[in-house]
Design a protein around this ligand. Structure first.
Ligand code: AFP
Length: 314
């Protein structure tokens, strides 16, 4: 935690906060480069073309012009950072190799504009980033050295962890990210829930789990954007997001590398947890870039309860 006489925590800028962590200069540089890239992404979100790009991503989903542009912004910045060996993006089919493995280099998996289909109705969207040391991107999320997301809402905020607390920064009038919450912590028990997927396709255990949450008085809070929905669960400190296995989609919808690992790393370091119903999300050993998994993520006792319902024990 930063302690400096005469300095309000609200004046602490991202780079200074990162430098006070026990991480390499290269990682500080990399995370600041991603924060810089997000300033161009928010500009694209605010003023860019809302149409389709005429291409599809590795999931066969139609790409929007904004997906493609945001991806180019991030990738260019990562390449120019000089500290990245491999890059994987939800919008690219294969790994982009920048340079050979060498000491002090990192690999990055990211979703440049999660929830892009919500921009045309002016709802919040975000960028999600996962960082590993070395070249291997197909490793369990527990091995991440850093995870971060940038939320483009009424305000632009950036949340990161390097494994020692979860910290929130907000973009000010000068487009600098300054500290707004340090060491964000979650309660064990939730009061809101955000359930993704068509309810008529839910398995019986998930249906019963929803009834349990409603029975204990949880309020429904779902926007359809993973970043704002997770941000709400994290910042309120009392909630759960789920996107379960569905009839016809046994692995749900969300992607292990680009969405689940970074968010699970952040939520776990804030005192919450994340499971696919059987194992901790961070223990999944991914076999491919496009791997998906069901997810229950948020307050730890709600996540534990979800596992009981999913496995027929409740
Ligand atoms: P898009 O990027 O296609 O808009 O999908 C967003 C997302 O991956 C994630 O942000 C949401 O949590 C989830 O999909 C919402 O899915 P449903 O529309 O099925 O609820």
């Amino acid at each position: 935690m930063i302690k400096e006489a005469g300095t309000s925590k609200f004046q602490i800028e991202l780079r200074r906060h990162l430098r006070a962590q026990n991480i390499s200069d290269n990682l500080v540089h990399l995370m600041c480069e991603i924060a810089e890239a997000s300033k161009y992404v928010i500009n694209a979100v605010r003023t860019g073309d809302l149409g389709v790009a005429g291409t599809s991503n590795l999931y066969g989903e139609e790409q929007l012009a904004l997906d493609v542009l945001s991806d180019r912004i991030l990738r260019k910045r990562l390449i120019h950072s000089g500290v990245v060996c491999n890059i994987a993006s939800e919008e690219m089919d294969t790994i982009y190799e920048c340079q050979a493995d060498a000491d002090g280099l990192y690999s990055v998996a990211y979703d440049p504009l999660d929830g892009s289909s919500l921009v045309d109705v002016n709802l919040a969207v975000g960028t999600i980033v996962s960082i590993y040391s070395g070249c291997d991107l197909l490793q369990p999320g527990r091995n991440q050295v850093a995870a971060m997301y940038i939320l483009y809402g009424p305000r632009v905020s950036l949340v990161y962890t390097v494994g020692d607390g979860v910290h929130e920064f907000t973009m000010n009038n000068l487009m600098e990210f300054t500290l707004t919450r340090e060491n964000v912590r979650m309660q064990p028990d939730g009061e809101i829930y955000a359930p993704g997927g068509l309810r008529k396709k839910y398995h019986p255990g998930d249906e019963k789990f929803i009834q349990y949450l409603e029975g204990k008085g949880c309020k429904l809070r779902y926007s359809g954007g993973f970043v704002p929905d997770i941000n709400q669960v994290l910042m309120k400190g009392k909630g759960l997001f789920m996107y379960p296995a569905l009839n016809g989609s046994p692995n749900g919808k969300l992607r292990v590398l680009f969405e689940l690992n970074p968010m699970a790393f952040i939520i776990e370091h804030a005192g919450g947890s994340a499971t696919d119903g059987k194992q901790n999300i961070l223990d999944i050993v991914p076999e491919s870039l496009d791997q998906r998994a069901p997810v229950y993520i948020g307050c730890s006792s709600d996540v534990k309860k979800a596992m009981e319902f999913v496995n027929g024990g409740a």
